[in-house]
Design a protein around this ligand. Sequence first.
Ligand SMILES: [Zn+2]
Length: 264
Amino acid sequence: MVGKRLSSVLSHAANAISAFVDQWDLAMSAAGEDRSSPSAHALLPARLVAGYEDFLGGRFRREQDRYGQLAKTGQKPKVLLIGCCDSRVSPEVIFDAGPGEIFVVRNVANLVPPYAPNDDLHGTSAALEFAVLSLAVEHIVVMGHASCGGVRAFVDNAGEAPPPGDFIGHWMSLIKPAAERVGPPEAPLDLYAERLAKASIIHTLANLRTFPYVRERETHGQLALHGAYFGVADGRLLALDEKSGEFLPISEAAHAKAFATPRF
Ligand SMILES: [Zn+2]
């Protein structure tokens, strides 16, 4: 009996100490005292540490409640965006998205292989499966972009078999059916690469429809597929009209305003 009471007292004391330490930590960080080890900062690139600190003081501070809520309830994004790894085309930046809003898969040249249920390691297909079957996203957007290095690598090496170990070459062979539709490369190659990048978006949508659950959900109106193309230099976003195969500019007024308004 006494032993039980003693262990209960000790447990209460431990909880009280732990709560006090938590409060102390909060008070210290609120007071701006940096108690992290200086050597820990060196474990990450300085640019990332500086950016993280800006994030804490800015966006995280403003969206703290949302982060807390998302941690409790889990993510429920409505959009799966398949984009390129290119550092200039971050979907969250282009679409001004907050945490939990877009489920993003990025790979070289925003490609999706056709449905192939075998033992290969299908990273993009695994993400697609999770987004469609577990998260039940309502939209899939394939977003290509101007000056894509992956597309350009394919154009520059067209006709040559990729050497063993050439991951990019093998990966970019997914663009072959689109290249066959566009025709052989012709000058100027920049314009040819742009046509190919757009044709590849259309072909990637066709590849997405080879996944049974994508096709089924689209047929039942539970999932919509879209294509988009971002201009990088001019910030122009084009959306694919699948009926005509044309990429049409969107938000023209907002785009014009971005250039007309003095920035400083
Ligand atoms: Zn790219």
